[in-house]
Design a binder for this molecule. Structure first.
Ligand SMILES: [Zn+2]
Length: 315
């Protein structure tokens, strides 16, 4: 974990420029032409579902577009269900209302007994009801007023979480760039794609002083991929909701020659405009990175600390 510095932001500007962002229904052209993922058009495929640029599990929203057919939408919902598990601790604690309500967090059971599960529910005024399955899931520092919860996440496949993020990025890609990145569209749609290089690292930034009023998603492209000291992935996605910013690199447009080039040490870049208007102080952000390359289900614990001003603790 490290603090994000101003030089990281300047570094972003030298390397990337913004090429796409999630827009509302009223701001997009709603005329259906064809699906950008499978290339098919009506009547071969249907366009009956509202396809979201930003999944609604990150907050109910009107960021929809008309270039995703129902069968592709259905395929991508498989990735989204893994994303939902991955994000649930945050969604529950932030009180993010998805399609219907704030999701209830339920830890995986260690002993197959339901009683051993920790359950976190959101009550009125975003207060939490926490039923601990194990006292180990909970630590409190009354002096510093910091509470740390361990979220024993149910199993999920990290690579599917990565794919859910990649799909969001591809939905934001300008039409004229689809051809350049067509391998990525094949890969995400489970069609033959040859070989694809990707770096499934996710960078998670948590702000402590500000929140996004609504979710946002932004796609940026490199100005130059080859630098004299290495290589930078072409596309990067920022996805923001609540007090969180997630960043991934999308797979590369071209095959990457590992023998001739080295990847530049990943640059965890956050563009300055993301923080504009939020009033977030530089020193109060924390950044964590995680690997999402695993193709098998994993059972991971996540510790999240919260500060509190008051609260009743009946244990
Ligand atoms: Zn399609």
């Amino acid at each position: 974990m490290y603090r994000l510095l101003k030089k990281d932001i300047e570094h972003f500007y030298r390397n990337y420029k913004l090429i796409g962002k999630a827009k509302k229904r009223s701001e997009t052209n709603s005329e259906v032409v064809s699906c950008r993922f499978c290339g098919k058009s009506s009547p071969e495929v249907t366009f009956g579902n509202d396809a979201h640029l930003v999944p609604e599990l990150m907050g109910r929203n009107d960021f929809v577009y008309s270039e995703e057919c129902d069968s592709c939408n259905n395929l991508f919902s498989k990735y989204e269900s893994h994303l939902a598990i991955y994000l649930r601790p945050y969604l529950t604690m932030l009180g993010v209302k998805g399609k219907r309500k704030v999701p209830v967090f339920q830890s995986r059971s260690q002993t197959d007994s339901v009683d051993k599960r920790t359950t976190i529910r959101t009550e009125v005024n975003n207060q939490k009801e926490i039923v601990l399955g194990s006292l180990d899931d909970y630590q409190i520092d009354h002096e510093k007023k910091v509470m740390t919860l361990t979220f024993r996440n149910p199993p999920y496949i990290p690579l599917n979480v990565y794919k859910a993020f990649v799909k969001i990025g591809l939905s934001l890609l300008p039409n004229e760039k689809i051809e350049k990145y067509k391998n990525l569209f094949h890969w995400i749609s489970d069609r033959p794609y040859g070989r694809l290089d990707y770096f499934p690292v996710i960078v998670k930034t948590m702000m402590t002083e500000s929140q996004f009023a609504e979710p946002r998603a932004e796609l940026s492209e490199t100005r130059r991929t080859i630098k004299k000291d290495g290589f930078i992935p072409n596309l990067t996605l920022h996805l923001c909701f609540g007090n969180l910013i997630f960043q991934i690199y999308l797979p590369l447009a071209k095959r990457f020659d590992h023998s001739r080039m080295k990847v530049k040490k990943p640059i965890y870049i956050l563009s300055h405009h993301i923080f504009q208007g939020l009033g977030e102080k530089e020193a109060s952000r924390t950044v964590k990175t995680e690997e999402l390359g695993e193709k098998q289900p994993v059972q991971l614990d996540e510790k999240i600390s919260f500060t509190f001003t008051s609260g009743e603790f009946n244990i």
